[in-house]
Design a protein around this ligand. Sequence first.
Ligand code: HEM
Length: 196
Amino acid sequence: MHSSVSIPGYDYGTARVRRSPVTLDELRQIEQAAGFSEEDQHALQCAGEVLVEQAEQMVDSWRARIAAQPELARWFFDPSGKPDEAYKAAVKKRFVQWVRDTCMRPRDQAWLDYQEEIGLRHTPAKKNQTDSVHTPPVVPLRYLIAFVAVVNPIRPFLCREKRSAEEIEEMQNAWSKAVLIQISLWSRPYVKEGLW
Ligand code: HEM
């Protein structure tokens, strides 16, 4: 895996990340609800071998969508109303790493804990803190969910390598489930106590 130690603010597996209030048992239940299987885990790893090289392009393509829609772009604006370029650049590195993590990391306690952290970093509890910036304090949950439609299709990136249509289908399905499981976890800090 690409070295991650040098990414500022990327705290995966460190003591700076608090323990997730979600248990590993609950995680397994969510995986089961999404139909995420051993085969999906394998397909995701195979996808990772292709996607790791393209992770930056993937993030660039998603970022272009955010930049093109003012209602999305503004969550990266500084108090003067302009994009905070240093913030965008810092978050981008961690987002690229996320593509790798989604495919390659085992779904263990450290993984679960960082899911909670990523969720929190989209909410007033932690947004802006990692990079000491002054952009709006929340990414509204409605956009987090809707944006799955943008992050979901990975076929264009998978098709750049020689793979059978069936293999590509399996990788796409595994990726879709993996993203949805994460959004489910990230939604937790947004939701009223007892309703998640
Ligand atoms: C499927 C949807 C989304 C995914 C998979 C995603 C993924 C991520 C990841 C991996 C990070 C970095 C986490 C880290 O610090 O290690 C991040 C941070 C961030 N994302 Fe998202 N994101 C999504 C939707 C959105 C949307 C719709 C917006 C707003 C337009 C957004 C704005 C941000 C911002 C502003 C940060 C930095 C938060 C901070 O201050 O630490 N995200 N996102």
